[in-house]
Design a protein around this ligand. Structure first.
Ligand code: FE2
Ligand code: FE2
Length: 242
């Protein structure tokens, strides 16, 4: 007996945005309206969304850059890693730069340093994941001794009088005293949005460095049953109802 074809081509699959995508935006809760439309011709979205490029069965890191990241984030990460490479920085710093905003690219913006660190932790050194986690807090605090000033872009994003919350201040202070401080601080040094007019670096530039510093699972990211696999699957299927 053969499996029924799924999704049935004659059924519209409806998308309910994730709560973090619409809470507080003023958008009315779409859930009741979608439930009211469920019938023989309407189901909820599961699996590959045809509006998104199809991912390979065993996705690797660069597949997410090519097929899932927002354009601004892909450009930002590739350029900041290229700047670190040109400056002769250690590979661990180049990789931390390449991955530091990965959460913004395909998962979630709120607390992106913490989410991103968890997402990559099974595949990189503890130091790289640490640097990604703490770059978020360190961005708010200047360290003129190493050439880092409070970002002009943050004054535009948040207004000139923005004060970061206590947990950010606490984590930045802790990071400042940590032995890996300069790894995370280096991420903030190359973390600049000035790239719109410069050509996007070729991702191939990083193939060997990724090979040495990012343990790509044989089953593909999302399918290796690591503690972060669900985060990669969420990026592959961001519109799944459940
Ligand atoms: Fe960031
Ligand atoms: Fe960044």
């Amino acid at each position: 007996m053969c499996e029924p074809e799924w999704p049935q081509p004659d059924r519209e699959r409806m998308i309910l945005p994730a709560p973090v995508g619409f809470l507080g935006t003023g958008m009315a809760d779409p859930e009741p309206g979608l439930f009211a439309r469920l019938d023989a011709g309407h189901v909820m979205m599961m699996g590959d969304n045809p509006a998104l490029p199809r991912m390979p069965a065993r996705p690797q890191l660069m597949d997410f850059f090519r097929l899932r990241f927002s354009d601004i984030t892909a450009r930002h990460l590739l350029t900041s890693a290229a700047r670190a490479l040109e400056a002769g920085q250690d590979e661990k710093i180049v990789v931390a730069c390449l991955l530091h905003d990965i959460s913004n690219g395909c998962l979630i913006r709120t607390d992106h340093g913490y989410w991103g660190a968890q997402m990559i932790a099974p595949y990189v050194s503890e130091e790289i994941a640490w640097a990604v986690q703490y770059h978020q807090a360190l961005r708010y605090f200047a360290d003129e001794a190493v050439g880092y000033s409070y970002p002009e872009s943050y004054a535009r994003f948040f207004g000139p009088d923005y004060v970061p919350p206590d947990y950010i201040r606490r984590d930045a202070e802790m990071a400042r005293e940590h032995r890996w401080y300069m790894t995370s601080r280096a991420v903030t040094l190359y973390d600049i949005y000035f790239f719109q007019d410069t050509p996007v670096p070729d991702p191939e530039l990083f193939t060997d460095i990724i090979g040495r510093n990012f343990r790509q699972p044989e089953e593909g990211l999302g399918f290796d049953s690591s503690p972060a696999a669900h985060m990669w699957r969420t990026a592959i299927w961001p519109n799944n109802f459940l």
